[in-house]
Write a protein that binds this ligand. Structure first.
Ligand code: ATP
Ligand code: MG
Ligand code: MG
Ligand code: MG
Length: 478
């Protein structure tokens, strides 16, 4: 079952049950406290908190999400993407716990012929908040789940609140059991590799105050209008329904992975490290494509910086796979084709999107070409000497001469198991800044005198030879 098909079934199912279909909001969230849209409910927060009256009682969406907090998991777990789609159904003071559980169970286990997903009930487990007897009752009555497949968990995983006074409530999550080949038989409470979380149901039930943290607060009472917020991971359901191992192998992502493997000549499935890199590439290319399409451009701060890091990680992973030429024209085009069925804008806006992505790769490849050898040599030397800290002078040299950003040096060093002597680097940076200031002052003072040499200056400046100049200590006259 294609990802786009699951998405369509979802929207139909909830539309047939009185939900208004709301298009995905942008990845750039309206909420000033959020860098990106991280969940399906984000665009609906003002309705949940009561700030704005909801224009509908029920809604459903397939929301584009970015969770950079999951970046370290990408490629290593089967289920974490930096970009993913969250299918949601929402009730604003309309239906509550019983209907939310009924809908979820029916959509998951109803037959495929009938437009649903056709999961075998025997493969599903649920967790509930430890005191939520009501939820346990519904899971037993409606889903017929045996007691051992309903696990009671604590507030850290099974309670939702904003961390602010306002609505809060217990969650109940649904998990798919991948079977004994993937881990021990203890249910989602013990193993999140064997038991994959696919759907979170949040029951906004209480009004809380005296909020100390997300799990410490006083319950003031029941909300007069209770809400439902759910999120089902589209990619997670897709990978299970498609019978593949992880979300990077689904129809919307796998083609990028395959093309990266083809370009680099590394077979997927042959070597664990290479496999992780291929999955990271496939994930990050798609995330970047979606971010640029939503208007983010690479820069050194905020959202643009996150995008820049994703793009750089692709380039670096490709290099680690032994491919050093530009790969974005191939990889992004493949990702576009895999995503355009659900997001026609990736094709409509392709000329702009591709220009942004390709230019960033070109610039970064030039940076890398200059400094990689020196950095690799320094890393090897440091290790050979039995040290665990890369010299701050080398980090400064790379920054100053090759435009190698310090975070890139940190990243590469970290991959090699090294730290960087930050204190020495920072000291060199501040010395350089004072020198630059003094230089600027001097130049100002001598401007009239030097003007006569302007022809030479022009020549000198075009002939800056960076690295060589720095190690010989000679200065370009200018
Ligand atoms: P996990 O515990 O697996 O990290 P989560 O509890 O952080 O997931 P929720 O915040 O409950 O996830 O989000 C709702 C649903 O969205 C999850 O049940 C899952 O199906 C999906 N989801 C969450 N994070 C990701 C991600 N990084 N990539 C893909 N799907 C995700
Ligand atoms: Mg998570
Ligand atoms: Mg979870
Ligand atoms: Mg969850």
């Amino acid at each position: 079952m294609k990802t786009a098909e699951i998405r369509k079934r979802w929207l139909n199912f909830f539309a047939e049950r009185g939900h208004t279909v709301v298009p995905s909001a942008s990845l750039i969230s309206d909420d000033p406290t959020l860098m990106f849209t991280v969940a399906g409910m984000v665009p609906f927060v003002p309705y949940f908190t009561g700030l704005i009256p909801a224009p509908f009682h029920r809604a459903t969406s397939v929301q584009k999400c970015i969770r950079t907090s999951d970046i370290e998991e990408v490629g290593k777990t089967p289920r974490h993407g930096t970009f993913f789609q969250m299918n949601g159904n929402f009730s604003f003071g309309d239906y509550f716990k019983k209907d939310a559980i009924t809908f979820a169970w029916e959509f998951l286990t109803g037959s495929e012929e009938d437009g649903k997903l056709g999961f075998d009930p025997k493969d599903l487990w649920v967790t509930v908040y430890k005191d939520d007897d009501e939820a346990i009752q519904y899971w037993t009555e409606i889903a017929g789940l045996p007691a051992e497949r309903i696990q009671r968990l604590d507030a850290d995983t099974n309670y939702w609140s904003t961390g602010q006074p306002g609505p809060a409530g217990p969650c109940s999550e649904i998990f798919f059991d991948r079977g004994p080949a993937y881990g021990i038989d203890g249910g989602p409470a013990t193993d999140d590799d064997r038991y994959v979380e696919i759907w979170n149901l949040v029951f906004m039930q209480y009004l809380v105050s005296d909020v100390k943290s997300k799990t410490e607060f006083t319950i003031k009472g029941e909300l007069p209008k209770k809400n439902i917020d759910t999120g089902m991971g589209l990619e997670r359901v897709a990978f299970i329904k498609q019978g593949v191992e992880n979300m990077y192998e689904i129809d919307e992502v796998r083609p990028v992975l395959d093309r990266a493997a083809e370009l680099s000549g590394r077979a997927y499935g042959a070597n664990h490290e290479d496999d992780v890199r291929l999955r990271v590439i496939a994930d990050h290319v798609r995330s970047s494509l979606m971010l640029i399409t939503d208007g983010v451009t690479p820069s050194n701060e905020g959202r643009g910086y996150i995008l820049r890091r994703l793009l750089r990680r692709v380039v670096r992973a490709m290099r680690l796979l032994g491919y050093e030429a530009a790969s974005f024209p191939e990889l992004f085009a493949v990702s576009r084709d895999a995503m355009k069925a659900s997001y026609p804008e990736v094709e409509a806006d392709w000329s702009r999107v591709s220009r942004v992505a390709f230019a960033e790769e070109e610039t970064f490849l030039r940076t890398l070409a200059g400094g990689t050898e020196i950095l690799d040599a320094a890393v090897a030397e440091t290790k050979a000497a039995g040290n665990s800290t890369l010299s701050g002078k080398t980090a400064f040299l790379l920054h100053d001469t090759f435009g190698f950003p310090i975070d890139l040096t940190l990243e590469i060093a970290e991959e090699a198991g090294l730290r960087v002597d930050r204190a020495v680097f920072d000291q060199a940076m501040s010395e350089q800044r004072s020198r630059a200031k003094a230089d600027a002052k001097n130049k100002k003072g001598h401007l009239a005198d030097l003007s006569v040499y302007s022809d030479f200056r022009a020549l000198g400046e075009t002939d800056f030879r960076g690295y060589d100049e720095l190690i010989t200590g000679s200065k370009v006259i200018g």
